[in-house]
Design a protein around this ligand. Structure first.
Ligand code: F6P
Length: 367
């Protein structure tokens, strides 16, 4: 792309993450500082495909004044969806049945019709996969990684993760006192899909007794033995952090639903709590943090990362780059090929500092 780029669009897709509004804020400021026009697409690509559903327009012009006071806010002012894949849009047919319809070419046509030169796609692996397919259809795209799960290999960190870990840690701190008062085992279920980053980091920071992560299959007999030993002493209570995607040795991940073609994990907390109660004889409770981890104010670190990524995405377009994703490689932001970036998931390394620290502190993984 040449510096004469004048009109660009930005959208947010997939589950929200604290820091999205910071990305939008800085992308708008950076674009306006170059004299470019920037537009926000409502709810992924839906604003382009079905603008009639949006009273104030599916494509909204963004000004500095529109975004001045949003970077400290959670959510996304553009809205988001994880059911808006334009290549497979679930559409209700006249007979009431649901069919997947490919409307991707309509997205490309809408870009042309609105004289949009490029897209900044802010999303996780699902949304960035869609963006890279639109790239194949000729759209100019720069991606910005977004996920509280921190599971994209190409970037050291994604925004939203720090906010999720900070909140989970605060919750674990609170659960210590009530668990202690009742001499209970409390199992705290956290999000993270098939990666254990949130569980590991909040579990260590909150000094859990056991942490169950997808990367290390667990044996509940071992977890029970460990918590029994812990609760036999003067402490008399235990905290177990369970990632929603953790699996028992030889077992399966617990899927809550597959409605709408979207796999939702969850339910491990209750299962583990009940089993630990049977195995240890200690009263046990489960607490599911779920979407609380995605809501609320982004931490300063997530705001900074979001602001950095938004500006870097505009810089990539100004430098003529296409098909790249912004990635943090401390102390720098780099541009990595988008297709490469979405190909690899970042799991917790078993020989990494996190796991080593947890083991040194006496935290069990139940392996
Ligand atoms: O990927 C982010 C994430 O929050 C996961 O940790 C979680 O499994 C999933 O999204 C839940 O998505 P939703 O409930 O929005 O469909």
């Amino acid at each position: 792309m040449t510096p004469k780029t004048k009109r660009i669009a930005i959208n947010t897709g997939g589950g929200d993450a604290p820091g999205l509004n910071a990305v939008i804020n800085s992308a708008v400021y950076a674009a306006r500082n170059l004299g470019w026009e920037i537009f926000g697409i409502r709810e992924g690509y839906d604003g382009l495909l079905d603008p009639q559903n949006y009273p104030d327009g599916g494509l909204v012009r963004l000004h500095r004044s529109t975004v001045r006071n949003i970077s400290h806010l959670g959510g996304t002012i553009l809205g988001t969806t994880n059911r808006g894949n334009p290549f497979k849009l679930r559409t209700v047919q006249p007979d009431g049945s649901v069919r997947e319809v490919d409307r991707s070419k309509e997205v490309i046509r809408a870009f042309r019709k609105n004289r949009l030169d490029a897209l900044i796609a802010v999303g996780g692996d699902g949304s960035l996969t869609i963006a890279s397919q639109l790239l194949d259809l000729g759209l100019r795209v720069v991606g910005v990684p977004k996920t509280i799960d921190n599971d994209l290999d190409a970037t050291t960190l994604s925004f939203g993760f720090d906010s999720a870990v900070s909140f989970a840690t605060e919750c674990i701190d609170r659960l210590h006192t009530t668990a202690q008062a009742h001499r209970r085992i409390i199992v705290v279920e956290v999000m993270g899909r098939h990666a254990g980053w949130i569980a590991l980091h909040s579990g260590i920071a909150g000094r859990a007794d056991a942490i169950l992560i997808p990367e290390i299959p667990y044996d509940l007999n071992r977890v029970a033995a460990h918590t029994k030993w812990k609760t036999a002493g003067p402490r008399a209570y235990a905290i177990v952090v369970a990632a929603e995607g953790a699996t028992p040795v030889g077992g399966e991940v617990i899927v809550r639903s597959r409605a709408g073609g979207v796999e939702r994990l969850g339910g491990i907390g209750e299962v583990v709590a009940q089993r630990l109660q049977q195995l240890t004889g200690k009263e046990s409770r489960a607490v599911v943090l779920g979407h609380l981890l995605r809501g609320g104010t982004p931490t300063a670190a997530d705001r900074l990362l979001g602001l950095t990524f938004g500006a870097a995405a505009v810089r990539a377009l100004a430098e003529g780059l296409n098909g790249v994703m912004v990635a943090l490689h401390p102390p720098h932001v780099r541009y990595v090929p988008m297709k490469q970036a979405i190909a690899r998931m970042k799991c917790v390394p078993l020989d990494g500092d996190g796991v080593i620290t947890a083991r040194a502190l006496g935290i069990t993984f139940g392996d």
